[in-house]
Write a protein that binds this ligand. Structure first.
Ligand SMILES: Nc1nc2c(c(=O)[nH]1)N[C@H]1C(S)=C(S)[C@@H](COP(=O)(O)O)O[C@H]1N2
Ligand SMILES: [Mo]
Length: 365
């Protein structure tokens, strides 16, 4: 048997290089949402995409405490019961990993190799963060609020607890939640038990799981997950721009049925209802279009489902026998549209290029 030398994980690999063992390891821990779940308003917890940078920490809810400190007048320490006794709010929020679509970028940055499934919409219940920050009395000099998780590891050679910051004004938004329930049940271990941050509209990295500390800081936060990752960079040396809110995007439920190995789709000729979801973290979705073999036409939009959840769409396709390529794209109220081809960046962030689905249409038997 011929042995093939395995490519060393580097910053980026061209399309023809197969998935590395490290990418496979990441992909099997951090699973995607199966795209057929785009047919439902809410994603069940076990089918919502998952990203765990390090290990899922074992946290005892009884001894867990949330500490709010740093540049505040009155540092606070809260138990889970105290958090749950506060004002309660439930929001349907679409979360998307900033790396969603990364494996479709060439050369391919070596990290979690998402195709399209780094996405999900759950109902998150918790208490709004803003009143707690107000009680703690954030120093007017404070620039960022830093959120730290209980998980710990090495990334880019830097050992750290997973931590991300938000500018004070963003952290004070009434929609940012300290969530303790997902779809009406306590957070599952993998989604941040007992408490996580949920930052509606932002890519998922901002929604820190297994939250233990909230700290106001008077200098810009420069932790690894803020500076070393989640940046739109042109090269390794480029400091890049921070990744913040989700770009506009539409995805479709792949029609018909799949081939097991390739997942190529087979559809019977005749009327086919194409459908899916669209979202943007920047402005409401205004329009969705579908292309059959490159010809774009408007899809129908369902009613909006709150401010932060994806919006359903559908499109009647008269499928004719042969090979076809389907695409979908959304536009938001800021007029932002999706590119036809991925826009390359060094870390493979924010690829919202249109989804392309190849379909074989056969004559009904
Ligand atoms: N503490 C902690 N929070 C975290 C992460 C993590 O690894 N550790 N991953 C982040 C990333 S990159 C994403 S996309 C979302 C994923 O949330 P989910 O796994 O609940 O879908 O969680 C974010 N919060
Ligand atoms: Mo992510």
């Amino acid at each position: 048997m011929k042995t093939v030398p395995r490519p060393q994980p580097g910053p980026a690999l061209p399309a023809e290089v197969p998935l590395t063992a490290e990418e496979l390891q990441l992909a099997s821990r951090n699973h995607a949402m199966p795209l057929e779940m785009l047919g439902r308003d809410r994603t069940p917890a076990g089918m919502h995409y998952l990203v765990v940078h390090f290990d899922v920490p074992a946290i005892d809810a009884g001894s867990w405490r949330l500490r709010i400190g740093g540049a505040v007048r009155r540092p606070l320490e809260l138990t889970l019961a105290e958090l749950q006794a506060r004002e309660q709010r439930t929001l349907a929020v679409t979360l998307e990993c900033a790396g969603n679509g990364r494996s479709l970028i060439h050369p391919r940055p070596i990290s979690q190799p998402w195709i399209h499934g780094g996405i999900g919409t759950a109902e998150w219940t918790g208490t709004p963060l803003a009143p707690l920050l107000a009680e703690a009395g954030v120093d007017p000099e404070a620039m960022d609020i830093v959120f730290t998780g209980a998980d710990h590891g090495l990334q880019g050679g830097v050992e750290h607890d997973y931590a991300r910051s938000l500018p004070v004004a963003e952290a004070m938004s009434p929609d940012v939640l300290l969530a303790y329930a997902m779809n009406g049940a306590p957070l599952p271990p993998q989604h941040g038990f007992p408490v996580r941050l949920v930052v509606p509209g932002w890519y998922g990295m901002a929604s820190v799981k297994w939250l233990t500390g909230i700290e106001a800081v008077t200098e810009p936060f420069e932790g690894f997950q803020q500076i070393g990752s989640y940046r739109y960079k042109r090269s390794e040396a480029d400091r890049g721009e921070p990744v913040t809110r989700m770009k506009v995007r539409a995805l479709m439920v792949p029609p018909g049925f799949p081939d097991f190995l390739t997942r190529h789709r087979v559809v019977e000729a005749g009327p086919v209802l194409l459908h899916g979801r669209a979202w943007s973290g920047r402005a409401p979705v205004q329009q969705v279009q579908v292309a059959v073999d490159g010809a774009w036409a408007d899809a129908e939009l369902d009613a909006a489902d709150g401010e932060f959840a994806w919006r359903g769409w559908s499109f009647h396709w008269q499928a004719t026998p042969g090979e076809h390529e389907l695409m979908c794209r959304a536009m938001d109220a800021l007029g932002q549209v999706q590119p036809l081809e991925p826009e390359w960046n060094y870390l493979g962030m924010g690829n919202n290029a249109v989804q392309k689905v190849a379909v074989t249409v056969r004559t009904p038997r």
